[in-house]
Design a protein around this ligand. Structure first.
Ligand code: HPA
Length: 274
């Protein structure tokens, strides 16, 4: 017996995203969302502050969504209504590239968000910091990325411009909420191992400031779908070799938990301005 997944070829991933969006409309009673937010490690509590929960359900009830693989990643999807009346889709279920299920599954949530009508995609993650001034718990804006996965969510001759991928306009909105927000270039490695100190030095030499295992592929898919992207990293640890202590997944989770109230409040206030 072969196990198949709804996104496996020859399925059209955009049709599967349309089906998933119809599932979300049925489960939430909301037929159009304005903004979508993917919550990475450390950002999980933000949903409560963004708006009133209209509906919440396990992501696995939506066509094409896989079970979350990592502790610290919540496997739920929520529909919220903000004070100003915007419908926000909260995606607490991320499929990582390192799970090796293919890029289609990694970007399915983004394509589904676009199919629900969302024009803005907010991508958040927990990541390692290359800049020594960034202490664990510092949120930073993503200004651009370097995709070191050697992969793409685009299939065939789909040429998409990635200039201003992480919207300057949205970064300015975020800075109007918190003028102290720093920004940097996010480097997506495949993972799931953390980087070696030499790889972190390479990331720095090629213009990177943040290292992580998500986001870049999702941002590309969001741009392909015509969405405006806002990216946030929570610096959970100094990247390997930047500080003498070895990295641990527990440290990443703990830093996320400690920073949660502050970054949740920040994210909610930024979304309130979108
Ligand atoms: N590297 C890659 N991914 C991460 C890190 C890191 O240092 N911290 C949290 N996610």
């Amino acid at each position: 017996m072969t196990l198949t997944h709804p996104l496996d070829a020859p399925a059209d991933p955009f049709e599967v995203a349309q089906t998933a969006a119809a599932d979300i409309a049925r489960l939430t009673g909301v037929d159009h969302h304005d903004i979508a937010v993917t919550l990475g490690s450390g950002w999980g509590k933000a949903a409560e502050l963004i708006g009133e929960t209209v509906a919440e359900f396990p992501a696995t009830e939506v066509t094409g969504f896989s079970r979350p693989a990592v502790e610290g990643h919540v496997g739920t999807i929520r529909s919220l209504r903000t004070a100003s009346g915007q419908a926000v889709l909260i995606i607490g279920a991320r499929t990582h590239y390192y799970e090796a299920h293919g890029v289609r599954r990694v970007v399915h949530s983004v394509r589904t968000a676009a199919a629900t009508g969302a024009k803005t995609m907010v991508l958040t993650n927990g990541a390692g910091g290359i800049r020594e001034t960034w202490k664990p718990g510092t949120p930073v804006l993503i200004s651009d990325h370097i995709n070191l996965t050697a992969d793409s969510p685009l299939e065939g001759a789909t040429f998409i411009d990635l200039t201003d991928l992480y919207s300057q306009r949205l970064r300015e909105v975020a800075r109007s909420v918190d003028p102290s927000l720093d920004e940097g270039v996010y480097v997506q490695f495949r993972g799931p191992h953390y980087e070696t100190p030499a790889e972190v030095q390479m990331a720095k030499a090629i213009g990177g400031h943040i290292v992580g295992m998500s986001t870049a592929l999702e941002a590309i898919a969001a741009r392909e779908a015509g969405m405006e992207v806002l990216g946030f990293s929570l610096i959970t640890n100094p990247a390997a070799g930047i500080s003498p202590t070895p990295l641990s997944h527990q440290e990443v989770i703990d830093a996320g938990r400690a920073a949660e109230p502050v970054i949740s409040d920040l994210l909610a206030r930024v979304i309130g301005q979108l």
